[in-house]
Structures are given as structure tokens and as C-alpha cells.
Design a binder for this molecule. Structure first.
Ligand code: GDP
Ligand code: MN
Length: 378
């Protein structure tokens, strides 16, 4: 789960990381009011869960409260990377001397958190990472020790940070480490971390990605979830307890077990098809859950065929078949469906389907090939 900039910065602030003064607004007149309170020029920032807002025109400087209102109106009518802007952050504008990058994430190869810094932060960071990776310094953080001052001194040296900023840079790094540990995040990023013309370090932008598997430890953070930013079908799926991730292909997949679901997508790809989704109905799914899953898949207009691949262990194939019949007998003009069911109560399942004149396929690979063919309209 990803947090908005304003939410991320509030968390940063709790852990002692300096942020600009400012507040979030739902509408333009509110934005104007905030600008009036701040009594200085402000920056109006689109709050969408997407990077590159600056480049998309979603970050604008306002010289006056009137201008803040005008710009907020404009930004609130935008969509950025297909996401509608429902909120703007109004922050006091800062005169920037230099833009740094600072982030903490998990390095999967090292199996450790790493702290990453660059003296060339800002909107071109991806470019820097690609063209001049030597300008980005990375250091592993021993989990039990955390972030130590000598280590951050090395990091400061590695990015040629002037000595007078070493101490505040260390304190911010330590704060970011606390955010990482105590909030259970997989990514905490400040880009840019700026050196202001006054000589202060300030987190101008903030990005936090929470570890979904640790959310149960942070009930207060669950309230920060912004459903406007999420795929409606994925929200629906979560409600009924189905893991569903929308993809770009045209072969809808209904599978039990995450491993088999991944394997199914691999096999579709292997034979030249494109999966429309990842979907795991979980173990021991009821007919109702199966029906809900199938409904979700069929609601995607990109889906041109559906591959059902069930290996019944805890899951009973006959239960799955009943769920499918619930939908398939109701929905007219449906896309073709290829069904492969094996294992627990497979024979009963086949009988249930046969009564409705629904065919099944025995082999996983044959089923995949057939589904791909049907998706192509062959
Ligand atoms: P992003 O494009 O989504 O990463 O949004 P950021 O919050 O990082 O803003 C993008 C860029 O806008 C920054 O890198 C800055 O160059 C600029 N910017 C943001 N806030 C201010 C500000 O207060 N003053 C000035 N001068 N520039 C700002
Ligand atoms: Mn940024």
C-alpha cells in the first residue's frame, strides 16, 4: 500500500525529519485559505499515487493566495497517469540550493535494508541511475545496529556532501531509518531532500510504501488507504478475499493457489498468450467465492477467453464447478471458457459441468493453448 506525499511527510515529521509547513486541501478555496495562513508564496502539489507529478504539470508555484486558488482549480481537474487528482498539498515554497536523493528500501540480493543517496536528486533521478550510476551511493544497514553516524559520514563523503550538512544529514537518515523500522515500510524515499538557500535540509517530497503483510500491526495506517487511487475490481476482490491483480492481456485466469496461478500465467506466456489477470481463489473456496471470482474476471472488457485451472487439494472441484455454473448459466453472450479440473472431487465436478454442456480439458498445457486460441478468435 502506497501513501500520498502529504501522508508520508506527516509520518516523516513524527520521526523528526524536517518538512515544509503546509496542509492538504480538497478544493481550491481551501487551498487559497491555506496559502493565506502560510503568508508566503506556496507550491500547489497534486496528491496522486504516481511519480513524475512535476513533469506532468501537477506541481506549480503560486505567488499569492489568489494564484494558489487558480492553480489548485487547474490541478484538481487534472488526471495524472490516469489517476484523478482529488487533493492538493499546499506547502510553503522553498528556495532551493541543491536537490539530493535519500531513500531506504530492501535489497533483495543482499537480503538487507539499504540506504541510498545521491547529490543529484530531483525529477531526473531515474536518468541519473541509468546513465551515471556512480553518482548514486548505496550502503547496507545491519538491522540490529541500525543507522550509525560513521556510516552516514561515509555516505556523505561518497556523495561529496559539504561537511556542514553532515550532522543534519545524519539525523534525517536516522529518522528515515526509524520510519522504515517502526512503520514496516518496504520503501521510504525523500526526493528531493533539498538544501535550501538558507542552508537547511528539508524533505520536499515524500514517498512511503507500506509492507502489506505487516499492515495488521498498524491499524491506524489502514485508514490512510485511498480507494480512489485503486482499481475498483481489485477493491471488490479484496472484499471477498480473492487475490486479484489486473494485467494487460486477454486470457482471464481463475486458479487456486498462488503458485499454480503464477505457473498458469507462465504457461500462457510460454505458448504466446497474454494473461489478463492474476487470480488466486485460495484454498477451500466456496461456490460463492468461485462465482464472485468469475464475475470479476468477466467484468474486464479486455478478457476474450477464460482459463480455469484448478488442482483440488483442500479445494473441492465440485464446489468450484457449482460456483461456475451459477454464473455461466446466467451470463449470456459470455466469452469462451476452458476448464481444467484435477484432484479432490474432480469426477463429480465434471458431471456437474457436463449436465450444463460445459466441456472440460484434462491437460493443463492443452487447456492453455486452447484458451489462447479462443482469445485470438481462432
Ligand atoms: P514529483 O515530480 O512527483 O517527484 O514531485 P516533487 O514533489 O518531487 O516535485 C518535483 C520538483 O518540483 C522538485 O524536484 C522541485 O524541483 C520542484 N519543487 C517542488 N517543491 C518546490 C518548492 O517549494 N520550491 C521550488 N523552487 N521548487 C519546488
Ligand atoms: Mn519527487
Amino acid at each position: 500500500m502506497r501513501l500520498h506525499e502529504y501522508q508520508s511527510k506527516q509520518i516523516f515529521s513524527k520521526f523528526g525529519i524536517p518538512i515544509p509547513r503546509g496542509r492538504v486541501a480538497n478544493n481550491a478555496s481551501n487551498a487559497r485559505q491555506i496559502a493565506e495562513e502560510l503568508m508566503t508564496k506556496v507550491v500547489v502539489k497534486a496528491q496522486v499515487l504516481s511519480g513524475g507529478r512535476g513533469k506532468a504539470g501537477g506541481i506549480l508555484l503560486a505567488e499569492s493566495p489568489e494564484m494558489a486558488e487558480t492553480l489548485a482549480t487547474k490541478i484538481l481537474s487534472m488526471t495524472i497517469n490516469q489517476l484523478p487528482v482529488h487533493k492538493v498539498l499546499v506547502d510553503e515554497a522553498v528556495d532551493i540550493e541543491q536537490e539530493l536523493y535519500l531513500g531506504i528500501t530492501i535489497d533483495r540480493e543482499l537480503c538487507l535494508p539499504v540506504i541510498i543517496a545521491s547529490a543529484q536528486g530531483g525529477v531526473e533521478i531515474e536518468d541519473t541511475a541509468q546513465k551515471t550510476p556512480e553518482k548514486i551511493a548505496k550502503m547496507p544497514i545491519p538491522i540490529l545496529l541500525g543507522v550509525k553516524e560513521y556510516q552516514i559520514r561515509n555516505l556523505s563523503l561518497a556523495i561529496d556532501l559539504p561537511k556542514k550538512y553532515w550532522r543534519p544529514f545524519f539525523l534525517i537518515s536516522q529518522g528515515l531509518w526509524q520510519v522504515f523500522r517502526q512503520t514496516d515500510v518496504v520503501l521510504a524515499e525523500i526526493n528531493p531532500l533539498v538544501i535550501t538557500e538558507k542552508g537547511d535540509l528539508l524533505a520536499l517530497d515524500g514517498k512511503i510504501e507500506l509492507d502489506d503483510n505487516a499492515l495488521f500491526r498498524h491499524e491506524e495506517l489502514l485508514e490512510l488507504r485511498d480507494l480512489d487511487m485503486e482499481d475498483e475490481v481489485e477493491i471488490e476482490a479484496r472484499k471477498v478475499g480473492i487475490s486479484y491483480i489486473r494485467l494487460n492481456g486477454n486470457v482471464g485466469c481463475m486458479v487456486n493457489g498462488a503458485g499454480l496461478a503464477m505457473a498458469t500465467m507462465d504457461v500462457i506466456k510460454h505458448f504466446g498468450g497474454e494473461p489478463a489477470n492474476f487470480l488466486d481463489i485460495g484454498g477451500g473456496a466456496s461456490a460463492e467465492k468461485v462465482a464472485a471470482a468469475l464475475r470479476l474476471i468477466l467484468s474486464d472488457p479486455k478478457v476474450k477467453s477464460v482459463l480455469v485451472n484448478i488442482f483440488g487439494g483442500i479445494t473441492r472441484c465440485d464446489e468450484v464447478a457449482r460456483g461456475m455454473v451459477q454464473i455461466l448459466t446466467k451470463v449470456s453472450n459470455r466469452v469462451p471458457i476452458v476448464i481444467r479440473l484435477e484432484g479432490n472431487h474432480a469426477r463429480e465436478a465434471q458431471e456437474i459441468l457436463m449436465q450444463q454442456h460445459i466441456q472440460t480439458v484434462v491437460s493443463f498445457t492443452e487447456a492453455a493453448k486452447e484458451a489462447i486460441k479462443l482469445a485470438r478468435g481462432e
